[in-house]
Design a protein around this ligand. Structure first.
Ligand code: 2P0
Length: 328
């Protein structure tokens, strides 16, 4: 029982931050994302009677016990569904730095969900895959789909309506998302812990939740009408609002480094010269910049002019998660 699958990372334009139920990993807010063409994970899984306990390799290295435990308890959900007990060997590769705020858990858990369910012959719909992927990582629910994607927070206690769906396919609108790498070190505070701290201690958390629906509605409209400046402004606003919540927890979390901040100013400066380019930043120090295809070169040059940015990764809207290989 073996399968290999690929899923692409995604970056939220309207951010997910906060959970309404930590056990079922139910988000407190909906979110809207862009699936990326370049960054992806490939995961191969084998279930067998001969494997005594789950083994996980990340980029060829044996994973840490904490990482194995997270993957193992996620696989238990799938094993329960398939009514099997076999343990698994998992080999997962990312073509980008892991755990540095580049959505590795999104593409990793989406690829794992697809590979594991197919290996066990569970025939799940894309929506069911998304609900399941969410249990591994909230943002993974979005990486099941390509293009422009919306994650619904849902209202039910069992999480069955907390799924992602595609708003528009990748070829709907050719926009670019450039990633400026400022550090390849793993982040110090993971998203899950960051969200818990924000919920428990940030005085702004309630406002964040209350204003999200309006931002989602505006973003749906911006995408529908292909209004790029509106998409960019909303993305920057949602990012800064999310970081304001993280910063205002106690102790506040600073995901940025000095290079991130320099790059934010550089993007605003580029905008003042007439180029519609807008930044977004996740739970890590990398800077991501949205621009139109005709401004890709200028935007890339702008990022590379910031001391400390050595590498820029260019993305277009990327595809759905897909099966690469399965045994028959
Ligand atoms: C997002 N992030 O919408 C937001 C913005 C990071 C900042 O979703 O706890 O790794 O596994 O559900 O999915 C990263 O959070 O968190 C994330 P869990 P996840 O992309």
């Amino acid at each position: 029982m073996k399968c290999r699958a690929r899923a692409h990372a995604n970056i939220a334009l309207i951010k997910y931050w906060g959970k309404r139920d930590a056990r079922l990993n139910l988000p407190a807010v909906g979110s809207i994302s862009l699936t990326l063409s370049t960054l992806r994970s490939e995961t191969e899984i084998v279930f067998s009677d001969e494997i005594e306990q789950d083994v996980l390799f990340l980029n060829g290295q044996k994973a840490k016990p904490k990482e194995v435990a997270r993957v193992s308890s996620f696989l238990d959900l799938i094993r329960d569904r398939a009514k099997i007990k076999q343990k698994a060997r998992i080999n997962s590769f990312n073509n980008f730095p892991t755990a540095a705020g580049l959505a590795s858990s999104a593409s990793g858990f989406a690829a794992l969900t697809l590979a594991a369910t197919r290996a066990l012959r569970l025939n799940l719909s894309a929506r069911e895959l998304s609900v399941l992927a969410r249990r591994g990582s909230g943002s993974a629910a979005r990486s099941i789909f390509g293009g422009f994607v919306e994650m619904h927070k849902g209202v039910s206690d069992d999480g069955s309506d907390a799924f992602a769906e595609q708003l528009f396919p990748p070829d709907y609108w050719d926009i670019r998302l450039l990633i400026g790498i400022t550090s390849e070190q793993p982040k110090k505070v993971g998203s899950t812990d960051g969200m818990t701290l924000s919920k428990e201690t940030s005085p702004y958390y309630r406002n964040w939740i209350e204003t999200q629906e309006y931002d989602l509605q505006q973003m749906r409209e911006a995408i529908k009408t292909k209004d790029f400046p509106k998409l960019g402004e909303l993305s920057e606003h949602s990012c800064l609002k999310m970081h304001a919540v993280a910063l205002s927890g106690n102790p506040g979390i600073i995901y940025w480094n000095a290079v991130t901040v320099e790059a934010m100013h550089a993007v605003r400066e580029l905008r003042r010269t007439g180029v519609p380019a807008f930044f977004t930043i996740d739970a890590g120090p990398q800077i991501k910049v949205l621009c139109l295809p005709e401004d890709e070169q200028k935007t890339r040059d702008c990022l590379l002019s910031v001391p400390g940015i050595e590498r820029v990764i260019v993305n277009r809207p990327g595809p759905d998660a897909q099966i690469l290989e399965e045994d028959n």
